[in-house]
Design a protein around this ligand. Structure first.
Ligand SMILES: Nc1ncnc2c1ncn2[C@@H]1O[C@H](COP(=O)(O)OP(=O)(O)OP(=O)(O)O)[C@@H](O)[C@H]1O
Length: 607
């Protein structure tokens, strides 16, 4: 069970905790569980009934030893067996066994139902919250970790809640009830049994720590395998192009072997639990037989009680045999809870305002007033940016790499909020605008717009889910893309593949533009793609860009300065400040950053 759990893990464990994760890591195991159950109250639903069934299932297990004792001591005591008594005892045993099995089954069903609905709530809450987190929290290195938290980590909790948690309840009850019955039969033999098992009870947690350590190594090695395999799959074209298949295979082989060895080392320790508990049980049995016979000869214990004792000892063994695994699972589950709660506790730093403003439709104006921004823990990347963009103006934002252009665009779409100053649309602070209104009026087309594994039509419709096929066709016609559409094998029904891999980079941009055009925003932000495209697509892109920006306020992060040439105004960024502003024709004649950028761009494109 543990091994399976470990293999499901992704290797992305403790690292990359979002802000709240630190708090979550400080919580004690009990607090973590309490907090988790508060967030998904379904876990508690019907718990009292489940506990009653657990007690019944456990009680049922001691009925057989008690019946055996009664049959031997009372049914077989006289010169002739008391057949009716024995028959009643057998029937009672049969009923008890059936009822125990039934109670166990019902308890399982109830437990599964409660844990599954609790986990479903947890998953939904975690996924929703991931969407609420700003881009600051969701930077690329953390996205994978977020996904593993809401999938693998929740699965880990699930394994424990449905198996380990139950084992703790049943096994704990089994130990208590068996001890009580044994003590009633003979306190001397009970002491003997506990004396044999007590060292094991102290030893098991230490043992479990060793198991946990070995499984940590397994998880690390599993992470290596995943990293090696995913890198080789993602980079398969580069690997083939450079003929480095052998090196890649060797890396994968090493990782797989490392995981196999770690897994074997872990299993060696886990496998020890069984023989050790068996050995202790055998010693206890031998001791009980020896001492029991002496007590029997003294007349202190009856034959029936002694035999029942031997049965009761077996009730001891199973919980102890699985204790190492259960403890390990409990530890994994608590770690899983901590990581999931870490996601849920990360504050959504860009919040939808309560009673937010809905902006009326129509041409939009933008103002940045003394805006400053720095990424968490980083140096300021925008300094006192002040700029006005009148409605229906086409603005090109240019600057060297890392000068702050994308940060400017992210602030304008409220993917994050400024550290100082404010961003206004139509005179309203962005922080006061209702999310739905904001997303309707302002659309950003990123460099590589994400395409879903669906048809071209479905991908374009993402801009406006209610759009009819004819409207999608019309949008493509208005953007001058009819010839492109007709050239595609299945027209609008062409599948684009995962992330749009069946299309060229330029075609993916065309789809992203058509999607934005269909959304019909009043302010359009374009992060122009840097990848080179073929001349025919270049012409189509230019045509589509012209069509999409016409009559709107449009801000383009221009990597090709032809976009700046066509814009009404150019804004030049350097080191997070606006250092030049004006039409291309004016700026290109002034000595300065823009003229230099333009000169190097023209020489690069002409060479
Ligand atoms: N998520 C982030 N976390 C920390 N720092 C960041 C992050 N994103 C960008 N930066 C830093 O902010 C600065 C401005 O980056 P920005 O992406 O705005 O520049 P840019 O002008 O758009 O660059 P490019 O043309 O290469 O896209 C850079 O120094 C960059 O390293």
């Amino acid at each position: 069970m543990t091994a399976v759990t470990s293999e499901r893990e992704t290797g992305e464990r403790e690292g990359g905790e979002p802000g709240g994760g630190i708090r979550a890591a400080e919580r004690s195991a009990l607090e973590t569980l309490r907090h988790g159950i508060r967030l998904s109250p379904e876990f508690r639903r019907g718990l009292a009934g489940t506990m009653v069934l657990a007690v019944l299932a456990t009680l049922g297990k001691v009925i057989v030893p008690i019946a055996v004792q009664q049959v031997i001591d009372r049914g077989l005591r006289g010169s002739a067996p008391d057949v009716p008594f024995i028959r009643n005892a057998v029937v009672l045993c049969a009923v008890a066994v059936v009822l125990t099995a039934l109670a166990g089954y019902l308890m399982n069903i109830r437990l599964y139902r409660a844990t599954e609905s609790g986990l479903a709530t947890l998953r939904t809450k975690a996924f929703r919250h991931v969407h609420d987190l700003s881009v600051l929290t969701q930077n690329s290195e953390r996205r994978g970790s977020m996904v593993s938290r809401v999938t693998g980590d929740v699965d880990q909790i699930s394994t424990f809640m449905q198996w380990g948690g139950l084992m703790i309840v049943v096994a704990g009850g089994q130990l208590v009830i068996a001890t009580v019955v044994m003590a009633v039969y003979s306190w001397q033999l009970t002491l003997l049994v506990w004396a044999c098992f007590l060292p094991l009870v102290f030893l098991l947690p230490r043992f479990q720590r060793l198991v946990a350590l070995r499984y940590t190594a397994v998880r690390e090695r599993t992470g290596d395998v995943l990293a090696a395999v995913s890198e080789s799959v993602v980079g398969s074209s580069v690997i083939r192009a450079y003929g480095s298949e052998d090196r890649t295979s060797a890396r994968i082989d090493d990782a797989v072997n490392g995981q196999r060895e770690a897994q074997t080392r872990a299993q060696k320790v886990v496998g020890l639990t069984f023989p050790i508990t068996e050995l202790v049980a055998a010693i206890a049995l031998a001791g009980v037989v020896l001492l029991g016979v002496r007590l029997g000869l003294d007349g202190t214990i009856s034959a029936g009680r002694l035999v029942a004792f031997l049965f009761l000892i077996t009730l001891f063994i199973s919980p102890l045999q699985t204790a190492t695994e259960v403890l390990n699972e409990a530890q994994n589950a608590i770690a899983g809870w901590r990581r999931v709660l870490g996601v849920l506790d990360s504050p959504a730093d860009v919040a939808d305002p309560e009673n937010g403003v809905t902006l009326p439709r129509g041409p939009i104006s933008v103002s940045f007033e003394g805006v400053g921004f720095s990424y968490p823990g980083g140096a300021p990347v925008l300094h006192d940016v002040t700029v006005d963009i009148p409605p229906r103006t086409r603005v090109a934002v240019v600057g060297e790499t890392g000068s702050g252009k994308t940060t400017f665009a992210k602030l304008l779409t409220r993917l994050m909020d400024p550290v100082s100053g404010q961003v206004l649309v139509d005179g309203v602070d962005l922080r006061e605008v209702r999310f739905s209104s904001l997303r309707e009026r302002i659309v950003m087309v990123p460099q590589d717009g994400f395409l879903f594994d669906a048809t071209l039509e479905e991908n374009i419709r993402f801009g406006r889910p209610a759009a009819a096929t004819e409207e999608i066709r019309l949008a493509l016609t208005e953007l001058g893309l009819t010839d492109w559409l007709e050239g595609l094998p299945a027209g609008l029904d062409t599948p684009v593949g995962q992330r749009g891999e069946s299309l060229s980079a330029g075609e993916r941009q065309l789809v992203a533009l058509a999607r934005a055009y269909l959304a019909d925003p009043d302010l359009l932000l374009l992060d122009e793609a840097t990848s080179a495209v073929d001349p025919a697509t270049e012409v189509r892109l230019a045509r589509a860009l012209d069509g999409i920006t016409r009559g709107r306020t449009a801000v383009s992060i221009a990597h090709r300065l032809s976009t700046a040439e066509a814009a009404d105004e150019v804004i030049v960024f350097q080191h997070g400040r606006i250092i030049q502003r004006g039409p291309h024709a004016e700026l290109v004649d002034q000595p300065g950053v823009y003229a230099d950028l333009y000169a190097s761009w023209t020489s690069a494109t002409r060479s």
